[in-house]
Design a binder for this molecule. Structure first.
Ligand code: ADP
Ligand code: MG
Length: 695
């Protein structure tokens, strides 16, 4: 339960004076929540400096200034659509205050003729006359001191002014209690961090532009709090996971030896190391939750299969789940011959399997006669029952959410989980998303692979490119040709791709150029793919990335049109479709000039490196973590205060801090532990607190 000290923070913002239901709704949209705490997390993005107080005739156009003037005369409009004007002056010149739709008697009270007033707002010049339309402030000179001469500016939504938000935030800060500090004292001292409430106040009260930077002590402290809460929560979940019993899978390795002997290649050092880590997890009593990262073609499937084999060897079951039908089939194709070498049957189960054959697989999974299965989501439908499922391998290719994945293990008792991903995740993000989740990285490519020759070429040389590709095709090369999504409408895109297919067919021969696109039925897609894989087609034009998620080692050319429209990760994935055989490969990235700054940087990186891990880091740098984490649907966390690009160092510290704390005080029962519980509640990690025994 949330500690009482935090109650004021979780009260609705409408409890604040000046915040009615209408403003409350707008604030909710703006701040991502309608509670007082949401306002506190809504940090200013700019500031208004009203200290510039020139004489009227020196007020610069369009800038906010504060002027001291004497009121001369009121000039009501002749017709209500025209503005009401009030003429004022100082020693240097005249100023007209301009008001639309404002009642005269209100203005005569506010601006009595003959008196001096301080007005603040933007000055504009109109026919040599200085004007200020709807000043932000009109006060008596003696009130001037109470005027906030520097105001924070908040991200706005329609119907709400920065002034209103500022007022609400100030009221929210008034409500903020002082909290017992959860920071490690040495860290706080080293970073010159103040206590939470002071940090909050100063983050909302910038005195100059630099105070808005993420590197200010106040903002760093608030970011750290958020990161620490997140790391602590992840660590608690992991600690809990580790305490859960897992099925021990300790096989002697006879089957594996048989398969290794039958393999036409040797495992790479990275594969051997990853397998050893997985074996260690499987042989322990705890439950495995491990991420296996590696580029397409780095040999993840083989590693996963060898782990699955250990389960089969001791009469347990293992399942591999892929995000698409095509990928499931491809994994099955990789695995089936290996399973045969081991003498262990393996089945494929996807949504397309129906009737008798499906029932046959289900029966054998239920009675335990079938130990290994490869499939799609279909594997986890309700009517699928396992006799003794002990290991699940999930090939996520970034399509399954984290939560879904964690919930998935429910099909067996204490199921071990291995997640494979082909999109390398930068270390920073890895930490945020998975915390201390164990990770293995296949950083090394299988031997014999040739580097890919990547070239960046303007689209207006399309003709030359086609000619060059044609020359290779005459030598029976195979090429992917990717046309990206260009328009909003799929129909238009499809037309562009069909047109490209026709154009290429006219050059290379109609029977040599195929097309796959998102609108095709799965069977049609597979058929086209199959023709390409078998060498019947030389060129496969594709509209989307997913469609080329196939393994065709003979393909040596990848042409990407409008490469500037793709993200780095996508380009890397696309390029990963070639360079998988022993023949040299070429990737041609065609771009439409002129290239923007970021697009240029992306293409340069593609030309420079094939290292997926480096590309992922660069991607993070170019896009910023916000965008990479981006959407809620991605299942990745969103931070309100922390900026993973600017605060990457803090993430590391938070990770270590969390780990150290839990090592010493696993139940968060010490004095600092208790304050950390408050921190967890403050960032709404209630679920993590519940994992504590005395939570
Ligand atoms: P991933 O799942 O990472 O995309 P795979 O496991 O499917 O990679 O391997 C891609 C191809 O490389 C497969 O044809 C596989 O047989 C082959 N392969 C895997 N490991 C090695 C290795 N150590 N040496 C040579 N070829 C390998
Ligand atoms: Mg694979």
């Amino acid at each position: 339960m949330r500690p009482e000290i935090l109650f004021p923070l979780f009260a609705p913002a409408t409890e604040l004076s000046g915040v009615g239901p209408r403003i409350g709704k707008l604030l909710e949209r703006l701040a991502g929540g309608g509670r007082i705490v949401d306002l506190l997390w809504h940090l200013p993005t700019g500031l208004i400096d009203r200290r510039h107080a020139p004489p009227v005739n020196a007020a610069p156009e369009g800038r906010i200034v504060t002027l001291t003037v004497r009121v001369d005369a009121h000039i009501p409009p002749r017709n209500p659509r025209l503005p009401y004007k009030v003429r004022c002056h100082d020693d240097s010149g005249f100023l007209h205050l301009v008001f639309f739709h404002v009642k005269g008697d209100y203005l005569t009270k506010l601006l009595p003729v003959g008196e001096v007033r301080v007005v603040s707002g933007k000055v504009e010049h109109f026919r040599d006359e200085a004007q200020m339309t709807h000043p932000d402030y009109i006060v008596r000179p003696e009130e001037f001191a109470t005027l906030a001469t520097i105001e924070p500016v908040y991200r706005l939504t329609e119907g709400i002014s920065s002034k209103v938000i500022g007022k609400a935030v100030r009221a929210a800060i008034e409500r903020a209690p002082s909290l017992p500090d959860w920071l490690d004292a040495a860290l706080a001292a080293r970073e010159s961090w103040s206590d939470w409430r002071t940090a909050l106040r100063s983050a909302h009260a910038p005195a100059a532009e630099p105070d808005l930077a993420p590197s200010t002590p106040a903002r760093r402290r608030l970011a750290y709090d958020e990161l620490l809460a997140s790391q602590l929560a992840l660590a608690l979940v992991r600690a809990h996971q580790r305490r859960l019993p897992g099925r021990r899978i300790a096989a002697a390795g006879d089957l594996r030896r048989r398969v290794l002997a039958a393999l036409p290649f040797q495992l790479t050092g990275a594969q051997i190391a990853a397998l050893a880590e997985i074996d260690g997890d499987l042989a322990s009593d705890g439950r495995m939750l491990r991420l296996l990262q590696g580029d397409v073609g780095s040999g993840k499937t083989v590693v996963a299969f060898l782990a699955m084999l250990s389960a089969a060897e001791i009469a347990m079951q293992a399942a591999l789940m892929a995000p698409t039908e095509i990928l499931a089939r491809q994994h099955y194709a990789t695995i089936a011959p290996l399973a045969e070498a081991a003498g262990v049957p393996v089945a494929l189960l996807t949504g397309r399997d129906k009737g008798k054959s499906r029932q046959g697989v289900l029966d054998r999974l239920a009675d335990g006669s079938l130990k290994l299965v490869v499939g799609t989501h279909a594997l986890f439908q309700e009517d699928v029952a396992f006799d003794d499922l002990a290991l699940v391998v999930i090939d996520e290719q970034h399509r399954f959410g984290v939560h879904q994945r964690l919930g998935l293990a429910g099909k067996g008792k204490a199921v071990n989980v291995l997640v494979m991903t082909a999109t390398p995740i930068p270390r920073t993000l890895m930490l945020c998303v998975y915390g201390d989740m164990d990770g293995s990285r296949l950083t090394e490519k299988p031997p014999g692979r040739r580097p890919i020759d990547t070239r960046v070429i303007p689209l207006d040389r399309l003709d030359e490119v086609a000619t060059a590709v044609g020359r290779q095709i005459d030598k029976d090369a195979r090429a992917f040709w990717v046309c990206p999504l260009v328009e909003e409408s799929e129909v238009v895109d499809l037309a562009a791709a069909s047109e490209r297919q026709a154009w290429l067919a006219a050059r290379f021969g109609a029977d040599r150029v195929g097309l796959v696109h998102g609108r095709m039925k799965a069977a049609e897609k597979d058929a086209a793919m199959e023709r390409f894989a078998s060498g019947d087609l030389n060129v496969l034009v594709a509209t989307t990335v997913i469609e080329v998620g196939v393994d065709v080692p003979e393909a040596t050319i990848m042409v990407v049109e409008h490469a500037e429209r793709f993200g780095l990760a996508q380009l890397h994935q696309l390029r990963g479709r070639i360079g998988r055989g022993s023949q040299p490969s070429t990737c041609l990235l065609l771009y439409a000039a002129p290239l923007g700054e970021t697009a240029k940087a992306r293409l340069t990186i593609m030309r420079e490196t094939e290292d997926g891990f480096r590309i992922a880091e660069e991607d993070l740098r170019l896009r910023g973590a916000g965008e990479m984490l981006g959407t809620r649907q991605s299942g990745l966390p969103e931070f309100r205060l922390a900026d993973l690009t600017a605060h990457a160092d803090l993430l590391q510290i938070a990770r270590d801090d969390a780990r150290l704390v839990l090592d010493r005080d696993p139940e968060l029962a010490s004095p600092r532990g208790k304050t950390l519980r408050v921190l967890l509640y403050l960032f709404e990690r209630d679920a993590a607190v519940r994992l504590l025994r005395s939570g």
